[in-house]
Design a protein around this ligand. Structure first.
Ligand code: BF8
Length: 663
């Protein structure tokens, strides 16, 4: 297979050919050299104590302590969930520290950009808002947020945002999260040798820790980010490796936290910095995002994106990146090896992340603008070291910025903003249902293929799609995050999107922003007409190219929130039929959502549509019928365009001369 067949992303194709020509090894090559361990990849290896590792190869076999295959597989899965929940939640904690610094005046350069949201979130966390300054509210709110991490008992505050019925399901199952850190620590404790050895019971704690991520750490991260950097609303920007500039200093910001990247956004627009870049022979400074840092800065400032997870090494191969500035999560160590062949400086910035061979310029929110300027200056200083460059020229436009607040506004303005029109559209059958297609890339499968094929098929079937993370960036690269993507949409979806003025694929942010999807689902469930719980909604959640432990935590909190969730690639618990059954049939019975792993793209699509139809039937909604709607919309306009092309002098309003059949 040609290397370029490993991706469907146009610029990645070009760069993979280039990598082969230059003899540079990337994840696309390493994946062939590194065969997955057949035991570990199925969840059958236990290395939780020094009597092992115990490699269980068949059901019935036990480890030295007597642990069964199902115990081992369940322990492995929940440990991954713990790591994913920890990563997301710790990101949220750091944002709360910045909010605290803003309130006390110790975080220069930051400000409260969305005071309205500050007050709204403060109310949800029972912080007094009336007659108080925003700094006073922010101080109390930051302390309350930080307390959520160390809370020992009771329930996390934002659990109250879930529909009442959902909260009851959690109470009954005993999985309501008490404190964010507590649930993660408890997983590590329970899975230590000689503790919890009942697979279902172990997995229950996976549900609880994941809920602490979805309705806790992640949701708080989003809320605090919006308060500090602004709640997103739609804007137009560009994506793909082609956003890099031939004659400007290119800085790629990669990772997840918006705290440093937002400061770099400010620093690169400083006239002094631009002059400095010119003094080194560049025409200016180009800033581009990568992975979820990109999602953060796309959503709020429209900073162009260089791409998603598997584009990171390819960006350096252009020879045009002066600095790749990284913070936390999803940063391949391979970046440093690739950068050795180029002038690119890989700069680590988080106190939690150093990479051998990279330059470390540690970020500190107490002097953030200064550090951001030092980093930008280091990139500029590197410009004269550039060798030959090769930047693929293609770029694609996209419209990101669909916070749940904006979606509500788009559907009814300030006057009557609500999700009522969305529920009505599903009830009538104009929309068959909704789907969240999120998560990573994984070189074990064709880069961006599953995300794009699944989303196009959903659009054709009148399923409204929301996306986050690398999945959103994939479809942005392929032009699906635009009004123009309505050409792929079924008739009902097309009518709705035209009426409201939204694209059929809504970019809702970074991976940590999956909480925005939970918020939309909670509101849909309480709005009326689609049952009274998230599990009643005709919808699905997918992560078809997942690879990270964060994706497992996200999937688990979606399942725990009542969503049928399908992950692609492979099952990490394939070796245990018992665990596969618990997280599927068992969780559906217990909690209303189920987790499945399905590597086949067509089967994933079919299972999703079948589930949506099953939920429609359970609600007593009319069967989905694509022929029923779609007679409005821009058909008249298209007919007018056709008539004009044919030389007719007609107005689109009068449509004189356009036949009824045409219109
Ligand atoms: O948090 S989608 S590869 S970048 S883990 Fe990572 Fe996966 Fe991308 Fe963002 Ni999410």
């Amino acid at each position: 297979m040609a290397k370029s067949d490993r991706t469907v992303s146009p610029t990645a194709k070009i760069m993979l050919e280039k990598a082969a020509e230059m003899g540079v090894s990337t994840a696309f090559d390493r994946v062939d050299e590194m065969k997955p361990c057949p035991i570990g990849s199925k969840g059958m290896c236990c290395k939780n104590c020094a009597m092992g590792p115990c490699r269980l190869t068949k059901d019935g076999q036990v480890g030295i302590c007597g642990a069964t295959l199902e115990t081992v597989a369940a322990r492995n899965l929940v440990r991954s969930i713990a790591a994913g929940a920890a990563a997301h939640s710790d990101h949220g904690r750091d944002l709360a520290f910045v909010l605290h610094g803003v309130a006390t005046g110790e975080a220069p350069g930051y400000q409260i950009r969305d005071e309205f949201k500050l007050r709204e979130v403060a109310r949800d966390l029972k912080v007094e808002v009336e007659g108080r300054t925003k700094e006073d509210i922010a101080l109390d709110l930051a302390e309350k947020v930080l307390a959520q991490f160390g809370q020992q008992s009771g329930e996390l505050a934002l659990v109250a945002r879930a529909p009442k019925k959902r909260q009851e399901v959690w109470h009954k199952a005993g999985v309501t999260p008490r404190g964010i850190d507590r649930e993660i620590v408890e997983i590590m404790h329970r899975t230590h040798i000689g503790n919890d050895q009942d697979a279902e019971h172990i997995l229950d704690q996976g549900l609880r820790a994941a809920l602490g991520d979805g309705w806790g750490g992640s949701m708080l991260a989003t809320e605090v980010s919006d308060i500090l950097f602004g709640t997103p609303s739609p804007l137009v920007t560009e994506i793909s490796l082609g956003v890099l500039s031939e004659d400007e200093v290119n800085i790629v910001i990669h990772g997840h936290e918006p705290t440093l990247s937002e400061m770099i956004v400010d620093a690169v627009s400083d006239p002094e910095m631009i002059e400095y870049a010119k003094s080194k022979g560049a025409k200016g400074i180009t800033l581009a995002g990568m992975c979820c840092t990109s999602n953060e800065t796309l959503m709020r400032q429209g900073v162009p994106s260089a791409g998603n997870f598997l584009d990171q090494e390819l960006a350096i191969l252009t020879g045009a990146v002066e600095a790749m500035v990284v913070d936390i999560q999803c940063i391949m160590q391979g970046l440093v090896a690739v950068a050795e062949g180029f002038h690119t400086e890989v700069i680590t910035t988080s106190p939690k992340v150093m990479i051998t061979g990279a330059t470390h310029m540690e970020f500190d929110e107490h002097r953030a603008p200064e550090i951001a300027r030092e980093i930008v200056k280091a990139a500029i200083d590197n410009f004269p070291n550039r060798g030959p460059i090769f930047i693929p020229s293609a770029t694609e436009d996209l419209v990101p910025g669909f916070s749940h607040e904006y979606i509500r506004y788009a559907l009814g303005g300030y006057y009557r903003g609500s999700l009522r029109p969305l529920n009505d559209a599903i009830m009538s059958g104009r929309l068959r249902g909704v789907a969240g297609v999120v998560g990573c890339n994984n070189p074990r499968v064709t880069h961006d293929e599953a995300h794009s094929r699944i989303v196009k098929e959903f659009l054709k079937n009148d399923v409204l799609v929301v996306q986050t993370g690398c999945g959103a960036l994939c479809n942005a690269k392929l032009g699906l995050l635009l009004g123009e993507a309505l050409e792929y949409a079924g008739p009902g979806l097309r009518e709705i999107c035209e009426t409201v003025g939204i694209p059929p694929v809504l970019h809702m942010g970074s991976c940590v922003d999956n909480g925005r999807i939970l918020t939309v689902l909670a509101e849909m469930a309480t709005e009326g007409g689609l049952g009274d719980d998230i599990s009643d909604i005709p919808g699905v959640g997918l992560a078809p190219e997942w690879m990270s432990e964060k994706a497992l935590s996200i999937a688990t909190y979606f399942v725990a929130s009542g969503v049928y969730t399908i992950m692609g690639v492979k099952s990490p618990v394939e070796g245990s039929e018992a665990v596969t059954d618990i997280i599927g049939r068992g969780w559906e019975e217990k909690i209303g959502g189920k987790l499945e792993f399905e590597p086949d793209i067509d089967k994933t699509i079919q299972k999703s549509l079948d589930h949506i139809d099953k939920k429609r039937a359970a609600l007593g909604l009319p069967e989905y019928d694509p022929a029923r709607f779609g007679r409005s919309g821009d058909r008249r306009f298209n007919a007018w365009l056709k008539a004009r092309e044919a030389g007719a002098e007609v107005s689109p309003y009068s449509m004189a001369g356009v036949t009824v059949e045409e219109a």
